[in-house]
Write a protein that binds this ligand. Structure first.
Ligand SMILES: Cc1ncc(COP(=O)(O)O)c(C=O)c1O
Length: 396
């Protein structure tokens, strides 16, 4: 039987592959692996959210909903986004989805014809490239460099935009670098994009996890951008709800019908009891949410200090999300390993699971990514083990 080129070209997300290897190692060799590979909060979902879900189940909220979501949640999202982005959002522009990943896929399906170009950040969240290819588009990586603090090189972006560019994906705060696009970046990016034919997909899934004084800003608020920008945000990271599969898009009028059709033709709708739980989360009455934020912030400080104390690894303090992204070029040069090879060595020799930077694109070679969504004790133990392996195996 012939498998389609599209399916063959799609890649599995690196974090899930490493997780599977680490789990196998734990099962077969009884080793206690410290998991810093997967990007999900280690906290339980706040109790108030779980209770709301249970109550919805008990009320019998167990049937199909409108494809775009239940009106109560769409309204709650509209008012939340209006407040957090300082823009007026109407609930008719809110599209509920079973996770942010599905909105990435739906956007690629809605805007890309065979051969159309889509620009995405490199290093960046791996499903961008995969979804572009699944939709038949041509992925065009936009390299982000450490010396620019992983902000976008505007001249380079301008050069990459062609008459065939239909989609530009932005992500701030960024996975894997923790970089943030500030108001002046967004202004310049908007000016470069405005004359093009491109729709912008603004992945704002880490919008709540910013550790500087500046508020989160969406490119949709820049002059002329509102009508061509899809904002994506969701519950996975802010509310420790990765397994619930719940996210939203803020979609311009003109795109609402095609985007909703794709949701309708894939998952039909998002589970109703999950959507009700989402309303509770947005109300912000759960004390766990602030606690998780403060905990991530203090772990960020801790991991930055621990990593910079290991000879061979160097990193800037990330401004957002929950990833540390150290430069390990010196170690790679000394050992001849690739970043994926180094990550594998650390898994088998130190019992620490992390990701080689090339999982996030070619520009990621030379870096590792550690998710610091793990306890301070585990972060300390992981870095102690790595330091030991660097000394023992690499003479660093
Ligand atoms: C940048 C980015 N966007 C989207 C997602 C997907 O989130 P969801 O769980 O809502 O599919 C992730 C998850 O790791 C992410 O890092």
């Amino acid at each position: 039987m012939k498998i389609s080129n599209r399916a063959q070209n799609a890649t599995a997300e690196g974090a899930f592959e490493v997780l599977a290897k680490a789990k196998a190692l734990e099962r077969e060799k009884g080793i206690r692996v410290i998991h810093l590979e997967i990007g999900e909060p280690d906290f339980a979902t706040p109790k108030g959210i779980i209770d709301t879900c249970k109550a919805a189940l008990d009320r019998g909220e167990t049937h199909y909903t409108p494809a775009a979501g239940i009106p109560e949640l769409r309204e709650a999202v509209a008012s939340y986004v209006s407040k957090t982005r300082h823009m007026d959002v109407d609930s008719s522009n809110v599209l509920i989805s079973a996770g942010g990943k599905l909105l990435i896929f739906s956007t690629c399906m809605a805007f890309l014809e065979e051969g159309d170009e889509a620009i995405y950040p490199d290093p960046g969240y791996p499903p961008y490239k995969s979804a572009i290819k699944l939709a038949g588009g041509k992925p065009v990586p936009l390299p982000l460099q450490e010396e620019d603090e992983y902000r976008i090189d505007i001249d380079l972006l301008a050069k990459l935009i062609t008459p065939k560019t239909r989609l530009i994906i932005l992500n701030s705060p960024q996975n894997p670098t923790g970089g943030i696009l500030q108001a002046d970046d967004l202004e310049k990016i908007a000016k470069v994009i405005l004359p093009s034919n491109a729709v912008v997909f603004s992945d704002e899934i880490y919008s709540h996890l910013i550790y500087t004084q500046e508020p989160h800003i969406s490119i949709a608020t820049m002059p002329g951008m509102r009508d061509r920008t899809i904002i994506m945000d969701g519950w996975s990271k802010t509310y420790a709800m990765t397994g619930w599969r719940l996210a939203y898009g803020i979609i311009p009028d003109e795109f609402m019908i095609p985007m909703t059709k794709i949701i309708n033709n894939t998952v039909s709708c998002t589970s109703p009891f999950i959507q009700f739980a989402g309303i509770n989360a947005l109300n912000g009455n759960n004390p766990e949410i602030a606690m998780m934020y403060h905990e991530f912030k203090s772990r960020r400080d801790l991991i930055t200090t621990l990593i910079n104390d290991i000879p061979g690894m160097k990193m800037m303090k990330p401004n957002g999300a929950f990833y540390a992204y150290p430069n390990v070029k010196e170690v790679l040069k000394k050992t001849g390993l690739s970043s994926k090879g180094l990550a594998e060595h650390l898994l088998y020799e130190a019992g620490v699971a992390c990701l080689g930077g090339s999982v996030f694109g070619d520009t990621g070679e030379g870096y590792l990514r550690f998710s610091y969504a793990n306890s301070a004790d585990n972060l300390q133990e992981a870095m102690r083990r790595i330091k030991q392996v660097f000394v023992k195996d690499f003479g660093l």
